[in-house]
Design a protein around this ligand. Structure first.
Ligand code: HEM
Length: 184
């Protein structure tokens, strides 16, 4: 008996996707906690955790992109309108871009402010820029703007996934979940 064509993302693609989701949630949670704290060892520790999460997201985004360039995603449901397919494609490209741009802007900002990133407290990452307070301030604004853009896009992306699942009742969300087999 012939097997049905693969209709879900591969396990590595799913793992990469959900790991990044968890890390991004953690990055926002840590960021919003640390910014309101007075200067203290706890604040500095949280800054480090935030930076380590960002470096990990960047590395996972690179692995995901490498994986994605060698693997086609499963086909979208036949009934999806052309504009919806285009919107999904643009959103996914932008999400990939922001998975790189947000950590990158954080690293540049940190460099310009004179705080080197030492990944996991073990691996020093060279500063990209010399210390420059004005540039550091400008890059803080860039980093913040990009994080808001990412948040808005993720909200839209998650809402679209839920709409597919609960309103259109198709398999778009299920194919990003483990152990799913094509309906009927
Ligand atoms: C709760 C939040 C999220 C849900 C429910 C969700 C759900 C999904 C689903 C169902 C797909 C497959 C769409 C398709 O079949 O075309 C997908 C793909 C994707 N998601 Fe998410 N996602 C979430 C958060 C995120 C986050 C935080 C990011 C990154 C910042 C992200 C980036 C992507 C990318 C880049 C793809 C395309 C994967 C590819 O084809 O290579 N998602 N997501």
């Amino acid at each position: 008996m012939a097997t049905a064509p693969r209709a879900q993302y591969t396990a590595p693609a799913q793992l990469g996707h959900w790991l990044v989701v968890l890390l991004i949630v953690a990055a926002y949670a840590v960021a919003w906690t640390m910014v309101d704290l007075k200067l203290s060892p706890t604040k500095l520790k949280l800054f480090n955790y935030h930076k380590w999460i960002g470096v990990t997201v960047f590395a996972l985004a690179a692995l995901r992109l490498a994986w994605r360039l060698g693997h086609r995603p499963p086909p979208l449901p036949a009934g999806m309108a052309a504009w919806e397919r285009q919107a999904a494609e643009i959103a996914h490209r932008l999400l990939y871009l922001l998975m790189f741009a947000v950590p990158l802007s954080g690293w540049l900002m940190s460099s310009a402010k004179g705080f080197q990133t030492v990944y996991l407290g073990l691996l020093p990452i060279p500063d990209a820029l010399g210390k420059n307070a004005a540039l550091g301030q400008a890059l803080t604004e860039v980093h913040e703007a990009l994080t808001w853009l990412l948040l808005a896009l993720v909200a839209l992306h998650a809402a679209a996934a839920l709409k597919h699942h609960f309103v259109d009742r198709d398999d778009v969300l299920r194919r990003m979940l483990p152990q799913w087999r094509r309906r009927s």
